[in-house]
Design a binder for this molecule. Sequence first.
Ligand code: CUA
Length: 365
Amino acid sequence: MLNHHYTRYSRAKRGSGRGWELLGFTVAAFIGLLSSAPVARAQDSTIRAVQNIFDPLSAPAETLFNISVLVLAVCAGIFLVVGGLLTYAIIRYRRRGPEDDTEEPPQVYGSAAIELAWTVPPILIVVMLVLVTARTIGEIEHHKMPETAEQIRIIGHRFWWEVRYPKHDVVTANEIHVPLSDRHNRVPTEMILESADVIHGFWVPQLNGKTMLVPNYRNTMWIEPYATGIYLGNCTVLCGQQHANMLIRVIVDKPEDYQKWLESQKQTPGPDPQTEEGQKQFIANSCGTCHTIQGLRGANGVFAPDLTHFASRATLGSGVAPNDEQNLRSWLKDPQVLKQGCLMPNMQLSDKQIDAILAYLRNLK
Ligand code: CUA
């Protein structure tokens, strides 16, 4: 099993960055052109924007890729046989002239050979696919997590992701850091998926298949990424008006960078005289009823993203816009502009209040 895994690992290392276009990879999979040129691994800031199941970069995603190719190949074979016979029959037995209108072709009834030919092979093919699929599902679902495995709780909200690291007492939102796994230091990440309201779906195609987040239920899945970078994903279940902007960013860090990130997230921001006015306004305008900021008295809400290290995140509004000054200002003025239908109301803040809160939030590194 381990050897098997390592073979897969080296395969993925070799065949990365294929970057097939949507149509291109479908056609390529059909005609079996699955080889690809080696491409050097990219750095941490690489954004893996094409959500491509044919370019898996994580253990379970690669298993799914392999079975997809098998199923596509079998289906392509069936397509060629059926399409070929159909084309042959259309051409060979086409109407050649008026004499064909009076003559009927020979009628065949109850041929045991023909009946068996179109019954037995399809049954065998379906049984084979069922067995292979069941085996793959079992392999992924019952994969035993090693002691070293990282564990993350992800809670779906309308329309953002709460992310908790129970082993480290770290809470963040929308941008999920996980460690890179390699053959010398295997660190898979187990994800416990829950929902605070309606059904959501978690899918980062290059890392694993889709998993639902169901209210009052715990689903689990795991990933074991082979390459650093920023992986994009989406909520896959229509959960309301801003379903399409419930974006996922999984940031795969080298283990040392991951540790550094954890350390920085564990820090509680101390009192800062420079942003004291912003802290006051944050509490005075009830922001703390929904948002938590560690170390700020009165800011312990759980309805909205934890903002303790808000400025360390690259996006705001669950990926709806880059987390820069202009967008944050727009968000504070009226969140409904950038994300119409999000659950944060327009707080009717004055420009002065916005300036103060903006300075405070931009300082929460
Ligand atoms: Cu959450 Cu769609």
